[in-house]
Design a protein around this ligand. Structure first.
Ligand code: NAD
Ligand code: UDP
Length: 331
């Protein structure tokens, strides 16, 4: 007897608490911007989460609030090395996403995408887990068709400054499809378009965080090129909803599927909104446009709507205000 409970009572109790844990899930890149929100959400849904990260662009700070949860585990590990664990699902997010970070060590970026995919797919094969790849709109390169549909093969420079990321993500998609066809691995490929929100790193160089931080500090807003290039920005909560729906979608739907907000803005329009919502006196200055910077990008989300019943809900103005509030709190 323990606290007046018989062994049978204790077993029943333990069964019940185990039954409340829905799934055991591995999130690679879990200490990054998207990964940390994903860990939080999966835990909130009653799952057990193992977060794996080498802290290249992510930080412990992003998940420190989850450490007291007994169903959360944080492991320092580089996905270019094999990793062994028993889980039901794997979300493979490990890879620097900001151009300045993925260009810092391009060989490592390729290794992370390619060897990371091989290691995680090998693991998924062995343990029969479902695995989702965080792919990117960059697989379309500087697209010649607009908006971009999943059937478009892309327009990518194989030897440019963005190639380590673009081609790394393209070969990762190839590996996912090959493991699916050859080894019956249960895959999901998600093509993520520019996503923003709280917990973006203030110095990671992406446009939304750069403009907001510059505006809040009263610094010049650094506009690369004429600012007429476009992007379509998705708020992080919407993105995660799409990601989780994709993981839980019917077995024979593998993707690739575009997840992004189809509302398209030029970088000048984005800067004007940031200046307006921050009440900043910052001025826009123009700087050289980096090589191979895509001129336009807009997801066609017909497949996501049809297969996942998903579409974004948070429009740019609302998402920017929430993100500005976050940066105000940390600057
Ligand atoms: P992020 O840089 O904040 O997160 C990436 C995480 O991966 C970081 O925590 C980093 O430390 C970790 N990481 C990098 N290399 C690793 C390695 N070798 N081993 C283990 N961990 C490693 O970026 P994010 O915006 O959160 O992006 C997450 C994923 O989504 C990436 O795969 C990215 O390519 C993809 N994606 C993001 C966007 C976006 O707009 N945020 C768009 C398209 C695709
Ligand atoms: N950009 C800019 N100023 C900045 C950072 C980025 O004008 O301080 C531009 C960049 O040239 C690109 C767009 O904003 O055209 C989006 O850049 P980001 O690095 O966020 O993402 P990606 O180019 O990968 O879509």
């Amino acid at each position: 007897m323990f606290l007046g409970l018989s062994a049978r009572d204790l077993i029943t109790l333990s069964d019940k608490s185990e039954a409340m844990i829905k799934k055991k899930i591995l999130v690679t890149g879990g200490a990054g911007f998207l990964g940390s929100h994903l860990c939080e959400r999966l835990l909130g849904e009653g799952n057990e989460v193992v977060c794996l990260d080498n802290y290249f662009t992510g930080q412990k700070q992003n998940v420190v609030h989850l450490l007291s949860n007994p169903y959360f585990e944080l492991i320092r590990h580089d996905v270019t090395m094999p990793f062994y664990i028993e889980v039901d699902e794997i979300y493979n997010l490990a890879c620097p996403a900001s151009p300045i970070h993925y260009q810092y060590n391009p060989i490592k970026t390729v290794k992370t995408s390619v060897m990371g995919a091989i290691n995680m797919l090998g693991l998924a094969k062995r343990i029969k887990a479902r695995i989702l790849q965080a792919s990117t709109s960059e697989v379309y390169g500087d697209p010649e068709i607009h908006p971009q549909v999943e059937s478009y093969w892309g327009h990518v420079n194989p030897i440019g400054i963005r190639s380590c990321y673009d081609e790394g993500k393209r070969i990762a998609e190839t590996l996912f499809v090959n493991y699916h066809q050859q080894n019956k691995v249960r895959i999901k490929i998600m093509r993520i378009f520019n996503t923003y929100g709280p917990r973006m790193h203030p110095n990671d160089g992406r446009v939304v965080s750069n403009f907001i931080v510059q505006a809040l500090k009263g610094q010049d807003i650094t506009m690369y090129g004429d600012g007429l290039q476009s992007r379509s920005f998705c708020y992080v909560d919407d993105l995660l909803e799409g990601m989780i729906r994709l993981m839980n979608s019917r077995e024979d739907f593998t993707g690739p599927v575009n997840i992004g907000n189809p509302n398209e803005f030029t970088m000048l329009e984005l800067a004007e909104k940031v200046i307006l919502f921050t009440g900043s006196k910052s001025k826009i200055i123009h700087m050289p446009l980096p090589a191979d910077d895509p001129t336009q990008r807009q997801p066609d989300i017909t497949v996501a709507k049809r297969e996942l019943g998903w579409e974004p809900k948070v429009m740019l103005d609302e998402g920017l205000v929430r993100t500005i509030d976050y940066f105000k709190s940390i600057i």
